[in-house]
Design a protein around this ligand. Structure first.
Ligand code: ZN
Length: 288
């Protein structure tokens, strides 16, 4: 199966009260292990690519070529969406052209009226090509903003206005934070989440910053309308830890242990195990 829009998988997830994971990819190992985990778990999957990660991989076209070919070569039969993460206005347009199957346009740093106008334009471009589209209201807290214990909370009325443009999924801050959560984090704001779910009339909601949120809060967020959970840092942490263990055990110095196919293998296995575990936690396993 080729790459698909994320719309259908998210509508099903919203109706079925589970969430589909968006796992951000950085290179060949990330892509391969996330795809294999999805197939093992019989789960739909969204591969997230930030503009920075795409640049690292030499460009959007390289990413589309690698992911499409890998879905084919690995005989992946579960639904796979290739999604631009936090796309700029120009980046979104470039990814629509390059062959992504899903786009996030993040206009949250613009004044609301400008976010609205640009979101409307990108939504129309995406729907003309049957691509799914995610927009963002307010902003998501993160390490780069300084550590804020409560994160950011979106305005429910602004969420309603953007949702009514016909967006397929909506990212809104509910106290979630990108990167590692600070010690003083106060948890997800479920009142805000419930208000946004009502205001947007059942639009699939996206939880950014999925690394390190306790399982009970994830489960409650899903029960209140979160249908997509973005995971990035978690996979980086397990990859780094497994690679560190290999090197610290001196395995790169023994035999051909320096061969990248051996050196990167423990990290790759750790990614696959983590993705499988999260698909079980999010409830998307066996929902392909
Ligand atoms: Zn995000």
């Amino acid at each position: 199966m080729g790459l698909v829009s994320a719309k259908e998988m998210l509508v099903k997830a919203h109706e079925g009260h589970y969430a589909v994971g968006q796992f951000n990819i950085n290179n060949l190992e990330w892509t391969k292990e996330v795809l294999l985990a999805a197939q093992e778990s019989n789960s739909p999957v969204i591969l997230g690519v930030s503009e920075g990660a795409a640049k690292y991989m030499t460009g959007f076209k390289t990413v589309v070529g690698m992911v499409s070919a890998m879905v084919d070569s690995l005989n992946i039969t579960v639904p796979v969406a290739l999604h631009l993460d936090h796309g700029s206005y120009e980046g979104a347009k470039a990814c629509i052209e390059a062959g992504f199957s899903s786009i996030m346009f993040d206009g949250s740093h613009y004044p609301f009226e400008e976010n609205l106008a640009k979101s409307k334009e990108i939504i129309e471009l995406c729907h003309a090509k049957n691509l799914s589209i995610e927009c963002e209201v307010g902003s998501i807290g993160g390490e780069e903003d300084g550590i804020i214990g409560a994160g950011e909370v979106a305005d429910a009325n602004e969420c309603k206005i953007i949702a009514e443009l016909g967006v397929d999924m909506l990212a809104a801050g509910i106290g979630n934070i990108h990167g590692k959560y600070p010690e003083n984090w106060t948890g997800l704001n479920f009142e805000a989440l419930a208000a946004i779910e009502i205001a947007t009339n059942g639009k699939p909601l996206v939880l950014h910053g999925g690394t390190g949120i306790p399982a009970d809060q994830i489960a409650k967020a899903i029960s209140l309308g979160v249908s997509k959970i973005n995971v990035n840092t978690d996979l980086q942490l397990v990859f780094a830890a497994a690679t560190r263990e290999y090197v610290e055990a001196g395995k790169d110095l023994s035999g051909k242990g320096f061969d990248p196919r051996k050196l990167l293998a423990p990290g790759a296995s750790a990614i696959r195990a983590k993705v499988n575990a999260m698909m079980a936690e999010f409830g998307s396993a066996n929902k392909a």
